[in-house]
Design a protein around this ligand. Structure first.
Ligand code: FES
Length: 188
């Protein structure tokens, strides 16, 4: 014969189990709903910062600026505009002019390149063929064809850049800007 008090006790235990399961499920759902947006939101915010910034088509920071056809061995430097995509932590901007460089070819056919930005305060330097010098129009910084200073206005020589020939005639430059107004060449 069943003891009525046992029945009441079992029913009470069932109620407690149901209550516990309900609270556990609610806590689980609540926890997940809190974690998932944070996880995805965190991913959204962090992903741009974690993305590797790529340069040229090989992702090696070299950009094609022109052709060796426009360079004369032992001749004057030639100015090339540099186009590329700008990327900050959040956005990659469409292809646009990001600077300019001077490239010259020596008698042996080797290339050298300089960023055309003046290391004094950031104006664009001109090459003056009659003086065989780079001269900045802003405050008269002057440089020899090898980039060395010929006066004390700029704090350092012109900023040399890595350059190479690819596919026989393409001129590729590892473009980089540097902080103006410092004696050290500090990438920015
Ligand atoms: S910015 Fe070139 S001389 Fe001052």
């Amino acid at each position: 014969m069943t003891d009525p008090s046992d029945h009441g006790s079992t029913a009470h235990q069932d109620d407690m189990r149901r209550g516990f399961l309900f609270k556990f499920s609610a806590a689980l759902v609540g926890g997940l709903s809190a974690i998932i947006p944070v996880a995805f939101g965190g991913g959204f915010f962090l992903t741009p910062l974690l993305k590797k910034k790529k340069g040229g088509e090989d992702g090696d920071s070299f950009l094609m600026v022109g052709s060796t056809d426009s360079l004369t061995p032992g001749g004057p430097p030639r100015a090339f505009r540099v186009s590329g995509t700008k990327t900050d932590a959040w956005t990659t901007y469409a292809e646009a002019a990001i600077g300019s460089v001077y490239v010259s070819m020596n008698e042996a056919g080797n290339l050298s390149a300089f960023n055309a930005t003046c290391p004094h305060l950031g104006c664009t330097v001109n090459y003056k063929a009659d003086a065989n010098s780079y001269i900045c129009p802003c405050h008269d910084s002057a440089f020899k064809p090898d980039g060395e200073r010929t006066n004390d206005i700029p704090p350092r020589p012109m900023d040399s850049l890595e350059v190479e020939i690819r596919n026989n005639t393409e001129v590729w430059v590892k473009f980089q800007n540097f902080r103006a107004g410092t004696s050290e060449k500090i990438p920015v």
